[in-house]
Design a protein around this ligand. Structure first.
Ligand code: FES
Ligand SMILES: [Fe+2]
Length: 339
């Protein structure tokens, strides 16, 4: 059992030990103990017309799911045939029934077994085990989240901030880009860098001019945290919502940037960026103006940490009580989930 105890008092606490990031065993343990119990973004409501296959956290959980829109309601099912396991739906499509392309088993849009050729005489058939398992699906505004076995409802993962952000304001925001960045670092190193503004004056010289570092604040909730930054003239620069373990919703005056940190191996990750613009007149100014540059600066520093933590002379560090609350909270959640 891992001994990942992080003291609740940040003034006494030390960071996670280096072997959490370097040992393959803890990378695999995170898959089942953290990621299967948390919520993952699987798309937006407007993208789902009838049948849409999605993969829950590609390269890591790799769970094939099927979003089914029927008369305006969206449900989520396993996308694996209950006969011999073929993937049922490969491409988004319109259909009144789901039919397996291997031996013709059919399911209703409610995931119920409908029919199967050549099964006369099979005992206790069909049973509920022949229906498609339904998977938890919840919605925040237009955003759809799914989880294999959620530790708590989505609302608790979002925290009270969900009520203070009018997410429906972004219902019509335009998706202007969807980019992938590959990074040679453990997923948690990327997240913990995101969770502190401490490094802004050292790493992001251009961002430091548009965000007033002195007013940067962090609020902690059960499974989430929110960082708020202001411009030197006092206007809101950005609200940065982190949802444990790997989701980031960044609210800017022009719209939202959503980032998903997808673990690939203990030393590599993919960061997926979705950019939604709700106010074109403000796009390209303020704290979210140069996301690409800020991203590359973050990647360089996180990759340097990935190299550094492998040192025989490094194990754990200490936290700044005023500037690293978010990182401390994140490490506490990892320790809690790994048990
Ligand atoms: S695997 Fe689907 S019908 Fe056989
Ligand atoms: Fe950064």
């Amino acid at each position: 059992m891992p001994e990942f105890t992080i003291d609740a008092d940040i003034r006494r606490a030390s960071t996670l030990p280096a072997n959490f990031y370097t040992d393959e065993q803890f990378f695999n343990m995170s898959r089942e103990r953290i990621f299967t119990l948390s919520w993952h973004l699987v798309g937006t409501q407007d993208e789902v017309r009838n049948l849409k296959p999605v993969t829950l956290l590609e390269d890591f959980l790799d769970e094939p799911l099927l979003l089914v829109e029927n008369k305006g309601a969206i449900k989520c099912f396993s996308n694996v045939c209950t006969h011999r396991g073929k993937i049922l739906v490969d491409e988004p499509c319109l259909a009144g029934l789901i039919r397996c392309g291997y031996h013709g088993r059919r399911f209703s849009l409610d995931g119920k077994f409908v029919s199967m050729p050549e099964f006369e005489g099979v005992e206790n058939f069909p049973s509920v085990a022949d229906d498609l398992p339904q998977i938890p699906l919840e919605r925040w505004g237009r955003f759809l989240f799914s989880s294999i076995s959620p530790a708590a409802p989505l609302n608790e993962f979002l925290g009270p901030v969900a009520a203070s952000i009018d997410i429906n304001e972004y219902s019509d925001a335009r998706l202007v880009s969807n980019k992938l960045y590959s990074i040679d670092a453990h997923w948690a190193l990327y997240c913990e860098n995101y969770l502190e503004g401490f490094h802004i004056p050292f790493v992001h010289h251009s961002l430091n001019k548009v965000v007033d570092y002195g007013t940067y604040s962090t609020d902690l909730y059960r499974y989430s945290s929110v960082q708020t930054g202001y411009e030197p003239d006092g206007t809101l620069a950005g609200t940065y919502l982190f949802i444990f373990p790997n989701l980031m919703f960044n609210f800017y005056p022009w719209g939202i940037s959503v980032n998903i940190v997808r673990p690939v191996s203990s030393s590599s990750s993919v960061i997926e960026y979705f950019t939604y613009v709700s106010d074109d007149s403000k796009f390209g100014s303020g704290a979210g103006a140069d996301l690409e540059r800020v991203e590359l600066e973050d990647e360089a520093v996180v990759e340097s940490v990935q190299h550094g933590i492998r040192s025989r002379f490094y194990d754990r560090g200490r936290y700044s009580p005023s500037k690293e609350k978010g990182t401390h909270h994140f490490h506490r959640l990892i320790a809690e989930f790994l048990g």
